[in-house]
Design a protein around this ligand. Structure first.
Ligand code: PLP
Length: 374
């Protein structure tokens, strides 16, 4: 079990969708890279060594999604990659779903937000109609949702969109390392990844581009990343991303074990607290995520009580500001305000085992008894 310190060892971290603990091999690769002194753009030997490290990482990230290294553009985050995808084609009207991550929704506030079913899957009829009505659109659809884990039918949507001349972007931040991901099988033109959701460091992401596609740059002022993303490369972050991508690729078979851990958690939670429900349970989901509703007990209250029991989960949307906002995802799925406010997200990952699930259930059942008695 990770994390490393004695006090941390007693704490159970079930918030892998917020960020994942750095994997030891990633840390080791980054520590080694700390001794690299060169700027990857310098022509001397130091620079060339740093450049080699960047290009090795690029090849590893490319292999994770089955593309050529030249199709990988490193960014400063998944958020930046999403912004670049949505703002990189100003002539195109953006279509997206109502359950996207804030970094997609905020990148183009004028985008049309297509409805989803009660299970959180994009409404096919609405998608078809919007594509027929919008010429030269850009469709942005996430592969897996950060709050519920629900998987969108991206490949099918991409076929429909391409038939109408649209470009397609997929945010795969929560899917990478949890599902096999093939750029070609998804059939998209742009794909977003983020290192810190797969055992790598925060502050580095990637936008994967179809060959020949040229989005406008968001950041100008240097020739890095083929002039598409200016700024001296985050060498340590990129090396960490490469190491994490390599491991994610190799460790994908572990996803089945994660799924049975999550399924056990849900089965036992519902058996012990029949008043609870799981959002998106009727849809295909990534193996690590559970969005649990305990009617009548605020998600925020649950998070705080679980934290006191040394179990870390999150409430509502991933509260990047530290404040818990009502979840636009659960609202779009038709959840009423009370249900949406009573949800927590439990997201498992490589540091978890059965004991973590036991610890969660014990602490959560105390809350569930309180909610049943209320
Ligand atoms: N997209 C999704 C679905 C996410 O869950 C997140 C992070 O929570 C992001 C994008 C943003 O990634 P980053 O934290 O690297 O900016």
């Amino acid at each position: 079990m990770n994390p490393q310190s004695a006090s941390a060892r007693e704490r159970i971290y079930l918030d892998h969708n917020a960020t994942t603990p750095l994997k030891p091999a990633v840390r080791a690769a980054m520590v080694q890279a700390m001794d690299l002194v060169g700027n990857p753009s310098s022509v001397h030997a130091f620079g060339r060594t740093a450049r080699r490290a960047v290009e090795e990482a690029r090849a590893a990230v490319a292999a994770l999604v089955g593309v050529k290294p030249a199709q990988v553009l490193f960014t400063g985050s998944g958020t930046e990659a999403n912004n670049m995808a949505l703002r990189g084609f100003p002539g195109r009207a953006v279509l997206t779903s109502a359950v996207e991550h804030e970094s997609v929704l905020a990148a183009d506030p004028a985008a049309e937000r297509l409805p989803v079913t009660p299970d959180g899957v994009i409404d096919q009829a609405a998608l078809t109609a919007a594509l027929e009505q919008t010429k030269s659109a850009l469709l942005s659809l996430m592969v897996a949702n950060n709050e519920t884990g629900v998987i969108q039918p991206v490949a099918e949507a991409a076929r429909l969109a391409h038939a109408q001349g649209a470009l397609v972007h997929a945010d795969a931040v929560q899917a990478a390392g949890r599902l096999p991901l093939s750029f070609a099988e998804l059939g998209v033109d742009l794909l977003t990844l983020s290192a810190h959701k797969l055992g790598g460091p925060a502050g580095v992401g990637a936008l994967i581009l179809a060959e020949g596609l040229e989005p406008e740059s968001l950041i100008r002022g240097g020739g890095q990343e083929k002039r598409k993303r200016a700024g001296t490369e985050n060498l340590l972050g990129i090396v960490g991303f490469g190491a994490a991508a390599r491991l994610a690729h190799d460790e994908l078979p572990n996803a089945a074990a994660l799924a049975s851990l999550r399924d056990r958690l849900e089965r036992e939670a519902l058996a012990g607290a029949p008043q609870a429900r799981i959002m998106g349970a009727g849809a295909a989901r990534v193996p690590n995520t559970s969005c649990l509703v305990l009617p009548g007990l605020l998600g925020e209250t649950q998070v705080m009580a679980l934290d006191l029991a040394s179990v870390a989960v999150s409430a509502g949307s991933a509260c990047s500001s530290g404040k818990v906002k009502p979840s636009h995802v659960l609202a779009a799925m038709g959840a009423d305000a009370v249900t949406a406010a009573s949800a927590i997200r439990v997201s498992l990952g490589w540091t978890n085992d059965d004991e973590a699930v036991d610890r969660f259930l014990t602490a959560w059942f105390t809350l569930a008894r309180r909610s049943a008695a209320a």
